[in-house]
Design a protein around this ligand. Structure first.
Ligand code: KIV
Ligand code: NA
Length: 266
């Protein structure tokens, strides 16, 4: 099976919805890949994998290491890697150096970066130099220290207009797709109708051209999740039960049993 390509993703605008989940490890990538058009190595790994308070402390090294693992664990989906805070905002040149390093060290096909009008020249700079860029507008978690939290965006008319302008600017700069996160629904619909590339919603609208969730959130593995997360399983409870059974069997010497020990020959 040949891996999907960025142009194939772009062509899906207005057709079959695009399926995207985050993955940070090889095993999760292997399990999610057959079901997804794209796997996102999200900087949400800061909280989900490393227990950091936000995505702000996430480094390029972390993204490269997890990105390489996800590429090794997948063969079908387009792998997109988040550019971490501080690795791209200063200039298009800084962004190119960081993005090129991510693609060279991981073999992923594309990067994602947060921002709107201010980042449009960077999106164009990278795209024209061979690096496909996915945009990310609305609730942009790397800006938590400016926004003051993770609440939904676009509740005032001015804020709504700014988010639509951000999405248009990123799309016109050549983004192959745009994540719309945490906005009131009509904004997501308006953006989806206004831009030529697919929109990927998270806390946005079913009318987006695709949807993304954090894998661990969707699986019930992460404790605190926003209201836009739907839990498709409760793996935390199952892991807790398995660990409790193991602990009880160790303490009662029921484990290891005859099947788990080596007998001497004959
Ligand atoms: O880091 C992440 O997981 C993301 C998605 C929520 C879009 O950026
Ligand atoms: Na992210």
């Amino acid at each position: 099976i040949k891996r999907l390509t960025v142009p194939a993703i772009r062509r899906r605008k207005g057709t079959e919805p695009l399926v995207m989940l985050t993955a940070y490890t090889v095993r999760t990538a292997q399990l999610l890949d057959p079901h997804c058009d794209m796997l996102l190595v999200g900087d949400s790994l800061g909280q989900v994998v490393y227990g950091l308070p936000s995505t702000v402390p996430v480094t390029l090294e972390m993204m490269a290491a997890h990105g390489a693992a996800v590429v090794r664990g997948s063969y079908h989906a387009v792998v997109v890697i988040d550019m971490p805070f501080g690795s791209y905002e200063a200039s298009p040149e800084q962004a190119f150096a960081s993005a090129a390093r991510l693609l060279k060290e991981t073999n992923a096909a594309a990067v994602k970066l947060e921002g709107g009008e201010a980042m449009a020249p960077t999106v164009r700079f990278l795209t024209e130099r061979g690096i496909p860029v996915m945009g990310h507008v609305g609730l942009t978690p790397q800006a938590v220290n400016v926004l003051g939290g993770y609440g939904a965006r676009g509740r005032t008319e001015a804020e709504a207009a700014k988010i639509v302008a951000d999405a248009k600017a990123v799309a016109e700069a050549g983004a192959f797709a745009i994540v719309i996160e945490g906005v009131v629904e009509p904004i997501a619909v308006a953006i989806t109708q206004a831009v030529a590339c697919p929109t990927i919603g998270i806390g946005a609208s079913a009318q987006c051209d695709g949807q993304v969730l954090v894998g661990e959130d969707m699986l019930g593995l992460f404790d605190r999740v926003p209201r836009f997360v739907k839990r498709y399983d409760d793996l935390a409870t199952r892991i807790d039960a398995a660990a409790a059974t193991f602990a009880a069997e160790v303490r009662s010497r029921a484990f290891p049993g005859p099947d788990q020990v080596y007998a001497p020959k004959d």
